[in-house]
Each structure stands twice: as structure tokens, then as C-alpha cells.
Design a protein. Structure first.
Length: 271
């Protein structure tokens, strides 16, 4: 798929409509009636809960790359946290991410950074994704798991139920900040790993793609911004390999290890 052929991919109007809706509703947070510091605190907490515990720790390092192991109940809990991030279901997410690593910045990479910042950040999601056809091949370890299938098939109703609970607890401020503002915060911090860390920053290692280490993405995405390190040592549970490369997700792995809940931890120097 060349840059020119991107335009031949069918637009996904469901995703386009959803993205416009979520971003538009999030703007209601600017209304004084929808603001409270409690709601802001809720959004920040849920950003960590769904973005760090769910996506970066659970979906990415635990499942996609099998960087460490946890008890099954904790694995499922982290999978559910990730499901609340509304980035699709865990099976699709893991499959597409594994595909990305095999074809990073190649023509078949669904968010190939050679096709521009906009494409790698968001544009690729607004059209059909040919790589989805390969998801079953890359997710044989989780594809038949009933809990994963539940999260995959019902991630949208789960979010609707979660939104209803937040509204019942704290009204419109909790709904707007806890769902819509939080979702766009998690979305863009995740997407910047696909876009900014293939364009800005430095490289500790030579790699066949354009992955970079970008400090400000690492801050926003709980350590995922040390992307050149990650692409070099995909299996490593720790992405920040230098002492100054802050990696909050790695800290979460260390907490789990201290509690006896993480084992067989893989590191760059000890695969």
C-alpha cells in the first residue's frame, strides 16, 4: 500500500462519526456548569486507571509482548481496565500492535510514519484497515479466551454502562470529564506513540524503522515514549533504559513484583 493508494481505502464513517462526537462532547467541559475540581481529578485518575494500568501495562507490556506474567485474575482485571479506554477490543488491539512491530514503517504497517504525521496519528483509523485480516493469526494465544472475547465484543456497551454509573454518581461533570475528556486524553497520548515517536526525539539504537525516544511523549504515555528502546528490545518490561528515562509503567511492574504479583520479568539485558 503506497502513500498514493491510501486514498483508495474506504472511509470508515462509523469511526469518523464516533471521533467527531467524542471530541465535540468533550468541549462541553469548557462550560462552567460542567466544571468541578473533583471531576478534573476523576479524569486524571481514570486516565491512569485506563491508560496506564489498562493499555500500557496490561494490553501492551503484559499481553502483546509477554514482558512479564501475572495471576490470571489480575491479567483479566488489567484487560478490563484497557477495555474502558475505548480503543477497540483487546484482541484487535493486540493483533494490530503485533502486526505493527513486524512491519514497522513498512508499506504494510497500518500507521506507517512515512505516510505523514496525520496518518500515523489518527488518519489510519478513519479508513479501512487491511491489517485487521491478520489479527486472528497474531492472537492465537488469546483469541479463544471467553473473557477476551467478551471484552472484544462488548467494549462499547461496557463504556455506556460505565458512563451511566458516573452520571448517577456525579451528574454531567463526572460524565463529561470522566468519559469524554478522559477518552481524548488517553487517545492522543496513545496516538502520539505512533506519530511523534517516529518523528521527534533521539535514538539510542539503530533500527530498521524511524522509532525515536521522545521525552514528552514518555511523560504523557507513562513511559511509552521511549519508543526506540522499545522497538530494539520489544520483549523488555522496562522501556526507559537510561537513568533519566522516566518509565511510570515500569514502576507499576516493580510494584506488582514487590507484591508477588509479577514474575518472569524480561529486561533488555536479560531476555
Amino acid at each position: 500500500m503506497t502513500t498514493a493508494s491510501v486514498k483508495t481505502l474506504r472511509r470508515d464513517w462509523v469511526v469518523i462519526g464516533f471521533m467527531v462526537f467524542v471530541h465535540a462532547v468533550a468541549l462541553l467541559a469548557l462550560l462552567p456548569s460542567n466544571f468541578s475540581w473533583t471531576a478534573v481529578g476523576l479524569a486524571v485518575f481514570l486516565h491512569w486507571f485506563t491508560g496506564c494500568l489498562g493499555v500500557t501495562l496490561g494490553w501492551h507490556r503484559l499481553i502483546t509482548h509477554r514482558s512479564f506474567q501475572t495471576p490470571k485474575w489480575l491479567e483479566y482485571a488489567l484487560m478490563f481496565c484497557g477495555t474502558l479506554s475505548m480503543q477497540g477490543g483487546p484482541i484487535s488491539w493486540v493483533g494490530l500492535h503485533r502486526h505493527h512491530h513486524l512491519h514497522s514503517d513498512e508499506d504494510s504497517d497500518h500507521h506507517d510514519s512515512n505516510k505523514g504525521f496525520w496518518w500515523s496519528h489518527l488518519g489510519w483509523m478513519l479508513r479501512e484497515i487491511p491489517a485487521k485480516a491478520d489479527v486472528p493469526r497474531y492472537t492465537k494465544d488469546i483469541g479463544d479466551d471467553p473473557f477476551y472475547q467478551f471484552c472484544e465484543n462488548y467494549f462499547f456497551p461496557i463504556q455506556v454502562a460505565f458512563a451511566g454509573i458516573l452520571y448517577l454518581i456525579g451528574g454531567m461533570p463526572f460524565l463529561i470529564w470522566g468519559v469524554f475528556v478522559r477518552l481524548i486524553m488517553v487517545y492522543h497520548s496513545t496516538w502520539l506513540v505512533n506519530s511523534a515517536t517516529h518523528k521527534f526525539g533521539y535514538r539510542n539504537f539503530e533500527s530498521t524503522d524511524k522509532s525515536t525516544n521522545c521525552w514528552w511523549v514518555a511523560i504523557l504515555a507513562y513511559g511509552e515514549g521511549w519508543h526506540n528502546n522499545h522497538h530494539t528490545y520489544q520483549y523488555s518490561a522496562r522501556h526507559g533504559l537510561k537513568w533519566w528515562e522516566i518509565d511510570v509503567t515500569w514502576w507499576m511492574v516493580c510494584v506488582l513484583k514487590s507484591l508477588g504479583l509479577a514474575k518472569k520479568i524480561k529486561l533488555a539485558e536479560n531476555p
